[in-house]
Write a protein that binds this ligand. Structure first.
Ligand code: NAD
Ligand code: ZN
Length: 346
């Protein structure tokens, strides 16, 4: 079968022929419906190396850490799953038995140092192929929902969902505001999760007018970049400052914007992995304003997000690419010419 392989550090992925995998005990073989192309993949093949990323992310493997598909075959010991049923794949794979894994938070597995990979598509073969194997415990049912459009929920949806859930206490009550910086794959879904789960005014910004227009069509108040941007955002909060900022870029200027507009006791969550440094001292942020980062989410949260999706609260903006055109999907992602998410459909 064909697969998009990450073969060497600092090398673009390539389309290769690999054997169709067999499900090990406790696993299922999934016929892939769709696999999203995430900006983190670009960091994996363009930016990282053995020293910065470590052995778990070391090549060679098939990319694709946000996948959905249909059960094709079940491995030994797997009960209660039916061929043809559609599932989302929870990507992170920990040891499965530590306290973190037991609560469904494989992202913070306490035995991560002893596990050979991070996740499906990140160290272990992922979804940019015709088939993939997945531990049965990592499946989240999709029912009748379209698995191609659902695939990005596994990361572009789950990561903002987790970040928003941890900030929810800042957004409850009247007159609250949230700010979303960067309206790409993750940011567009973040706007919808905020609208579906809070009564807050959602302010959104991006350099691309079409990305802002899409966010505005879903009820966000958009504010262009440039001179006076922070003042315009503060005016929308009636001077109090933003209660929860979500930065899906993570460059120095975007985090600095967050620091300028956050209110007292507000929270800034940096989701984008650009790694822009900023300074902090006692006087630089308003009193009790928090600045934190975040990583992916739990399988329980993916079940909650799938429920929101199945109930029609979230639309995923998908541009489809065939497996033969998968490398083109990454090219568009790198060039910023996509609106929403590129999904590879084998
Ligand atoms: P994307 O390329 O789809 O979207 C990025 C968006 O940000 C684009 O719309 C772009 O126009 C906008 N943008 C870029 N620079 C900007 C700036 N200076 N000001 C305003 N807008 C700007 O990327 P994505 O796949 O949505 O990923 C977003 C970020 O989140 C990436 O850094 C990715 O690696 C990271 N990520 C983090 C996690 C995590 O667990 N923390 C998980 C997935 C992705
Ligand atoms: Zn564990």
């Amino acid at each position: 079968m064909k697969a998009v392989r990450f073969t060497e550090w600092k090398t673009k992925p390539s389309l290769r022929e690999v054997p169709r995998p067999k499900p090990a005990p406790g696993e299922v073989l999934l016929k892939v419906a769709g696999a999203g192309a995430c900006h983190s993949d670009v960091a994996v093949y363009e930016q990282f190396d053995e020293t910065t990323a470590g052995p778990q992310l070391a090549p060679e493997y098939t990319l694709g850490h946000e996948t959905a598909g249909w059960i094709e075959e079940v491995g030994e010991g797997v009960l209660g799953l039916t061929k043809g049923d559609a599932y989302l794949v929870y990507g992170p794979i920990g040891c499965g038995h530590c306290a973190a894994c037991s609560r469904g938070q494989d992202t913070y597995c306490e035995n991560a140092a002893k596990t050979p990979f991070l996740a499906s598509g990140l160290g272990k073969d992922g979804g940019m192929a015709e088939y993939m194997t997945v531990p049965a415990r990592n499946l989240v049912p999709l029912g009748d929902a379209d698995p191609v459009a659902a695939a990005p929920l596994a990361d572009a949806g789950l990561t903002p969902y987790h970040a928003i859930k941890l900030a929810l206490h800042k957004l409850q009550g009247g007159g609250k505001t949230a700010l979303v910086i960067g309206l790409g794959g993750l940011g567009q879904i973040a706007v919808q999760i905020l609208k579906a789960t809070t009564a807050a005014t959602v302010i959104a910004t991006d350099m691309k007018p079409e990305a802002m227009a899409l966010a505005a069509s879903r009820g966000a108040v958009t504010v262009e970049g440039g001179e006076g941007q922070a003042d315009r955002i503060r005016e929308l909060t009636e001077g109090r400052g933003v209660d929860a900022v979500f930065d899906f870029v993570g460059l120095t200027p975007t985090i600095q914007l967050a620091q300028k507009v956050v209110g007292k006791q507000g929270r800034i969550t940096v989701v984008g992995i650009a790694g822009g440094p900023v300074s902090w001292d006692f006087y630089s942020n308003p009193y009790e304003a928090e600045l934190t980062n975040t990583y992916w989410g739990t399988i329980e949260e993916l079940h909650e997000l799938a429920a929101l999706y199945r109930a029609g609260h979230i639309e995923v903006d998908v541009t489809r690419f065939s497996l033969d055109d998968a490398l083109l999907a990454y090219e568009h992602l790198e060039n910023g010419t996509l609106l929403g998410r590129a999904v590879v459909v084998p």
